[in-house]
Design a protein around this ligand. Structure first.
Ligand code: THU
Length: 161
């Protein structure tokens, strides 16, 4: 039997087509990406989170001379929120990047490890996290539920058997 996986997402030509709140989150991510600590890749990523109490938290990727020690902007954000505001739910995450040596005008999506980390956050609060993906300019992809990006996921339920 063949089965199919599909999900719906929103595509916008420009941030001007989004709500003022989401537009502002993306603009903050676009700017914050310029301040990432990326001496090795020179590829700055930023994640900006909107919490349910209206607070906004910003993060960037943090690299290390021992390359695997580096951490993606999305997981820096999730760890910061979970440490500083452990009981406050994350509603939305805007992700953007700055790549002075190359292309940065198309959306990027979180890496596999960050999708797993997003899943943990969602299962903890039982609510979806909305993602806003974009480069320094141009189109925006809006994913209503970050778990749409991680089919066949592994979670605590599997550990319990
Ligand atoms: N990176 C992120 O911060 N988020 C992603 O979703 C993909 C990749 C970082 C890791 C590394 O510092 C740089 O981008 C190049 O891979």
């Amino acid at each position: 039997m063949e089965k199919h996986y599909q999900f719906a997402y929103d595509y916008f030509d420009s941030i001007d087509d989004l709500t003022p709140e989401e537009n502002a989150l993306i603009q903050r991510a676009r700017q914050r990406a310029h301040h990432a600590y990326v001496p090795y890749s020179n590829f700055g990523v930023a994640a900006v989170g909107l919490l349910e109490n209206g607070m906004i938290v910003e993060s960037t990727n943090q690299e290390n001379a021992s390359y695997p020690v580096g951490i993606c902007a999305e997981r820096v954000l999730l760890s910061t929120i979970s440490s500083v505001h452990p009981d406050i739910r994350l509603l939305k995450m805007a992700i953007s990047y700055y790549n002075p040596g190359g292309k940065d005008q198309a959306p990027i999506a979180p890496c596999g490890m960050c999708r797993q980390a997003l899943q943990e956050q969602q299962l903890r609060f039982g609510q979806p996290v909305l993602l806003l993906l974009s480069g320094q300019e141009g189109s925006v992809i809006r994913v209503k539920d970050s778990m749409d990006l991680l089919p066949f996921h592994f979670s605590a339920t599997d550990l319990r058997g």
